[in-house]
Design a protein around this ligand. Structure first.
Ligand code: KIV
Length: 255
């Protein structure tokens, strides 16, 4: 597999769909690379799937940087994106630049920020310094307290307009790609048609320019997590449990 660069990813729009997964460690990163996945996101979802927290709000910049360097050691070809965690860019544009620089130094090739016009000044500044930015609109998990949970967004006309305006604002600010999370397929299709940068969907239908899934979700590592958009490509929950049970039996039997 050849190195996937940002220009190569952007050129895929309208030609070939982009496959992205989240990843947090070197062991999985090696397999992601072997499978020819285009891009890895070290998501702040690590707060939930690695740390076992209820949401993403307690993830620190140091934690994301730590996982970025681990992933980097496992895979070099997929385009590596790091999430800017909650609290690492909300205080000021300067704070956001410092945080992004730290993630780039850890090995990321782009950073991801949640929001629309409120993050536009930061996006413009980052791209002016050569730091590619992936924006994230729709169901933005860092707004969980405002939304009152992780329910899908874009149900009302007002919300649809807000999400469309956010997508247009981040594109205008210079974002290189946009994650569209938890929004109606029709809205995702409309945004994808309107913007010139690639859209990467999660729970946003099949009409986006690419898809992203949390790696543990697509591998079926949690039998109790079954959102309607999720296709599980493996049932690792039962496979791993069964393997561990067999291992335990062998140990107990003195084998
Ligand atoms: O943190 C994350 O993993 C994400 C993806 C689900 C898009 O933001």
């Amino acid at each position: 597999m050849m190195k996937v660069t940002l220009p190569k990813l952007k050129n895929k729009k309208g030609n070939e769909k982009i496959a992205m997964v989240t990843c947090y460690d070197a062991t999985f990163a090696r397999l992601v690379e072997k499978a020819g996945i285009d891009s890895i996101l070290v998501g702040d979802s690590l707060g939930m799937v690695i740390k076992g927290e209820e949401n993403t709000l307690n993830v620190s910049l140091d934690e994301v940087a730590h996982h970025v360097s681990a992933v980097k050691r496992g895979a070099t070809n997929p385009f590596l994106i790091a999430d800017m965690p909650f609290g690492s860019y909300q205080s000021s544009v300067e704070q956001g630049i410092e945080s992004a620089v730290k993630l780039i130094k850890a090995g990321a090739e782009a950073v991801k920020v949640e929001g629309g016009s409120e993050v536009s000044p930061l996006i413009s500044k980052l791209v002016s310094f050569g730091i590619p930015v992936v924006a994230h609109v729709g169901l933005t998990p860092q707004y969980v307290n405002e939304f009152g949970g992780f329910a899908r967004r874009g149900k009302s006309e007002k919300e649809r307009k807000f999400i469309m305006d956010s997508a247009l604002a981040v594109e205008k600010a210079g974002a290189d790609m946009i994650v569209l999370e938890g929004i109606p397929k029709t809205l995702a299709a409309e945004i994808t048609k309107k913007v010139k940068i690639p859209t990467i969907g999660i729970g946003a239908g099949t009409d986006t320019d690419g898809q992203v899934l949390v790696i543990y979700d697509l591998l079926g590592m949690n039998a109790d997590f079954n959102p309607s958009f999720l296709k599980k490509y493996l049932d690792l929950d039962s496979l791993v449990t069964k393997a561990l049970e067999e291992y335990k039996k062998d140990v107990v039997d003195g084998k």
